[in-house]
Design a protein around this ligand. Structure first.
Ligand code: BES
Ligand code: MN
Ligand code: MN
Length: 459
């Protein structure tokens, strides 16, 4: 592997300059005005794949943002690795909290700061460069490789499952390799074997046809903010942290004693964890550790709540309406549609007849996913980590979601390996997102070794 690893190291500065060009494109998938930048980012990826020696490189249109595909199938008899990444990014706001502008990538203290640096442009770029390094040094890869880089991950990959369904043959593979998660630390390499799923809803409680004077009408009609708060608090028991929606836990796969024992061995301190996020102490479902609560247990979260007077000064208003956005992180084998239905039924049941409550389901849903630690891909990833870091990886379950993982597993019948090179303090979705350059260089080494190890395991 020396030839390829040396090539990556020798070209790192040049690669980082190219990554900066990628990061300068504000490809925000939620934004209607970003269509041109989305197209620009897709073209950038296509050009990179061509430059890396991939064949059949194409930008495939979908009902939403395009999917970029490229392949190299010259390794006769060797297995096929499907590499997934996303070129879309989250909106950068609040802008005033960024030390340097989100789309002007800047290197400080060995980290590259920009929206998308870790999530996911910087991580996806690692694989494009590794493949290029193999092709430039050897003219071949140890395995067949297919790339699928999409532009709708941050909005729930709404059109990707359809694309996968229609292109099953093109995407057929032995393993799916994804770098869109983080490891525990620069010197604490870890591999993710589980992701949570997600279901996202919005509800509006209406008490009257318009806002009212709170003196004239107050006391005689329901307050929609009060009712909304009551409905929301009925969803979770404050003492035990259990979600009270009937049937909510029915499909949750119970953790084995062995899994809980393994998770308990992960280096974690509640005190440090709380301090790092500026919380006074940890909080969550009774009977579970913080590692379990954030990775292996489902949650109910209120993401936003509004209504009435929130401007300066006083306004004695009795509002007509109040709204909230709520979401639930799900774990294997909960189904996001089924859970959404259970939530809607429960809300209907607990809503008093003094108000109307409308609930709308967003289509930014995702199924949870689990990959067996002893699968071939996971073993190859562990061997690659060992080769680069000189130690065995930890295996973790992540609280975040990558909706396409479960779709890939179901539609293509292959396991996904979540070999992420981000770090827990990367500020994903927040101001000052960054990607450590050491993670970029170790990431290239590990990704290169993965291809080599997977070929060996499957030989
Ligand atoms: N890369 C993240 C997911 C992630 C982050 C996994 C950290 C593990 C650790 C991904 O881009 C993301 O943000 N996903 C969204 C999906 C949602 C919009 C459907 C999420 O998890 O909120
Ligand atoms: Mn991501
Ligand atoms: Mn993200």
């Amino acid at each position: 592997m020396k030839d390829v690893l040396n090539y990556c190291a020798a070209h790192q500065d040049e690669y980082l300059e190219q990554l900066k060009d990628f990061l300068r494109i504000p490809s925000i998938s939620t934004s209607e005005e970003a269509k041109a930048d989305i197209a620009k980012a897709a073209s950038f990826v296509a050009a990179q794949l061509k430059g890396a020696g991939m064949n059949s490189v194409a930008i495939h249109p979908t009902k939403g943002h395009p999917v970029v595909y490229g392949e190299w199938l010259g390794a006769k008899g060797a297995p096929t690795v499907l590499i997934y990444g996303h070129y879309d990014v989250q909106p950068p706001d609040p802008l005033d909290l960024w030390k340097t502008p989100p789309f002007e990538p800047t290197i400080r203290d060995g980290k590259i700061f920009a929206r998308g640096s870790a999530d996911d442009k910087g991580q996806a770029f690692i694989h494009m460069k590794v493949v290029e390094a193999f092709m430039k040094t050897r003219g071949a890869l140890p395995v067949n490789v297919k790339f699928i880089v999409e532009g709708e991950e941050e909005i729930g990959s709404t059109n990707l499952a359809d694309f996968v369904k229609k292109n099953k043959k093109m995407l057929a593979c032995d393993v799916i390799l994804i770098s869109d998660t983080h490891m525990m630390g620069v010197k604490q390499p870890s591999i993710t074997y589980g992701l949570r799923g997600l279901t996202y809803l919005e509800m509006t409680v209406t008490a009257a046809k318009g806002d009212m004077h709170s003196g004239t009408f107050g006391g005689g009609v329901a307050n929609p903010i009060q009712v909304l708060a009551e409905i929301l608090t009925a969803c979770k028991d404050p003492k035990t942290g259990k979600i009270k929606i009937p049937g909510f836990y029915d499909d949750v796969v119970v953790m084995t004693k062995k899994e809980r024992a393994e998770l308990a061995k992960l280096p974690h301190s509640d005190a440090k964890w709380a301090k790092d996020i500026g919380a006074t102490k940890v909080h969550g479902e009774k009977g579970f550790t913080t590692v379990e609560r954030t990775g292996t247990r489902p949650t109910f979260e209120i993401n936003g709540i509004w209504g009435g007077h929130t401007g300066a000064g006083v306004k004695t208003v009795l509002p007509a309406k109040a709204s909230a956005k709520v979401s639930m992180r799900l774990v294997a084998n909960q189904n996001p549609m089924k859970i959404a239905k259970l939530f809607m039924d429960y809300v209907k049941k607990v809503t008093p007849d003094t108000v109307k409550c409308e609930v709308k389901l967003y289509d930014n849903n995702g199924h949870p996913a689990l990959t067996p630690i002893d699968s071939a891909g996971m073993r190859a990833a562990a061997a690659a980590i060992k080769a680069v870091y000189k130690k065995d990886p930890f295996f973790t379950r992540e609280g975040g979601s990558i909706p396409v993982v479960a779709d890939f597993q179901q539609l293509l019948g292959s396991e996904a390996v979540l070999l992420g090179f981000g770090l827990p303090d990367d500020n994903l979705h927040a101001p000052n997102e960054k990607f450590d350059i050491i993670q970029f260089s170790n990431g290239m080494k590990t990704a290169a070794c993965f291809l080599d190890e997977f070929a060996k395991i499957k030989a």
